[in-house]
Design a protein around this ligand. Structure first.
Ligand code: GLP
Length: 273
C-alpha cells in the first residue's frame, strides 16, 4: 500500500487531483477505449473535484471519454433533494466539467426493484470494462462507500442499512437531525471497489485518525472495511498530518521517509503549474 502524507487538506487535495488528472491524461482515453472512474461523495473529495474542474477549465484535462460510476446513494431520498448524492455530484463536479451525461452512472435509490437496480449496476460496470481508478473516502468507523462494519469483504452492490454512527455523522448534512437522515443506502460492495485496477482513498482530519490506524496497521477485518485495501496490489491512501494522529511513530516515519526519498508528494503537487 502506498501512503502519501500531505501537510493539510489543501495539499492532500492538490496532490490527489493532480494524481488523478495525470492518470487520465496518460491513459489517453478515446471513445473506443474510455477511462472508467469510480467516484465518491462526502466532504473529503470536494477539494480533489475542485482541482479536476480547474484543470478541465484550463484545458489540461478532458472528461469527454471518461465514464463514471458513483459509489453509493441513499434509499428513498428524491434525486432532487440537495443532499442526495445525485445532487452532490452534479453540484460539486459534473456540472463543471465536459463529461457526457450518458457516461455518468449513479445508483437509483428510488428504483422500484432495488435488488435489480444493484445487479444491473454491477453488470454495467463489467460492460464498461471494469473500473480503472476507484476514488473513495473513509467513514469515521472505517467504512468504504457505505460498507458498514461487519460488511462482507466479498460484497457487491446491494442495499445496506446504515449504522447509528453513520446516521449521526451524516446528520450534519440534514440540519443535525438524525430523523431526517435516510436509514438505508445502495452501495457498491467492498469487492466491487477492490476489483478496480487502482484504488485511491482520501483520509483527512483528526476524526479519521482511528480509521486510518485500522486501515494501515491492523489486519484485514470486516469491522473496518477499508482495511481490505491491504489486499489490493495498487492501493493508495492520500492523507493529511492530522489523520496520522493514531499511527505509530515508526509507521508514520517510514511513510514520510519513503515519500521524501521517492519524491512522491512533490512529483504530483508540482504538476500542472
Ligand atoms: C459517507 C459516504 C462515504 C464517505 C463517508 C465520509 O458515509 N458514503 O463514501 O467516505 O461518508 O464522508 P466525509 O468525507 O464527509 O467525511
Amino acid at each position: 500500500m502506498r501512503v502519501t502524507i500531505a501537510k493539510d487538506y489543501d495539499e492532500m487535495s492538490l496532490w490527489a487531483g493532480n494524481y488523478v488528472a495525470r492518470r487520465i491524461i496518460d491513459f489517453k482515453p478515446t471513445a473506443e477505449k474510455p477511462l472508467v472512474l469510480g467516484c465518491p461523495t462526502g466532504s473529503s473529495p470536494i477539494g480533489l473535484y475542485k482541482r479536476l474542474i480547474e484543470l478541465n477549465k484550463k484545458g489540461v484535462l478532458s472528461f469527454q471519454n471518461v465514464i463514471t460510476f458513483n459509489m453509493d446513494e441513499y434509499v428513498g431520498l428524491p434525486e432532487s433533494h440537495p443532499e442526495s448524492y445525485h445532487s452532490f455530484m452534479f453540484t460539486n463536479f459534473f456540472n463543471h466539467i465536459d463529461i457526457k451525461r450518458e457516461n455518468i452512472h449513479i445508483l437509483n435509490g428510488n428504483a422500484p426493484d432495488l435488488n435489480a437496480e444493484c445487479k444491473h449496476y454491477e453488470e454495467m460496470i463489467v460492460a464498461a470494462g471494469g473500473i480503472d481508478l476507484f476514488m473513495g473516502g473513509i467513514g469515521e468507523d472505517g467504512h468504504i462507500a457505505f460498507n458498514e462494519p461487519g460488511s462482507s469483504l466479498g460484497s457487491r452492490t446491494r442495499i445496506k442499512t446504515l449504522t447509528s454512527n453513520t446516521i449521526l455523522a451524516n446528520s450534519r448534512f440534514f440540519d443535525n437531525d438524525i430523523n431526517k437522515v435516510p436509514k438505508q443506502a445502495l452501495t457498491v460492495g467492498v469487492q466491487t471497489v477492490m476489483d478496480a485496477r487502482e484504488v485511491l482513498i482520501l483520509c483527512n482530519g483528526p476524526k479519521k485518525a482511528r480509521a486510518l490506524h485500522h486501515a494501515i496497521e491492523n489486519g484485514v477485518n470486516h469491522m473496518w472495511t477499508v482495511s481490505a485495501l491491504q489486499m489490493h496490489p495498487h492501493g493508495i491512501i492520500a492523507c493529511d498530518e492530522e489523520a496520522c494522529n493514531e499511527l505509530k511513530i515508526s509507521t508514520y516515519q517510514y511513510f514520510k521517509d519513503k515519500q521524501s526519498i521517492e519524491g512522491i508528494l512533490g512529483r504530483y503537487t508540482e504538476m500542472f503549474k
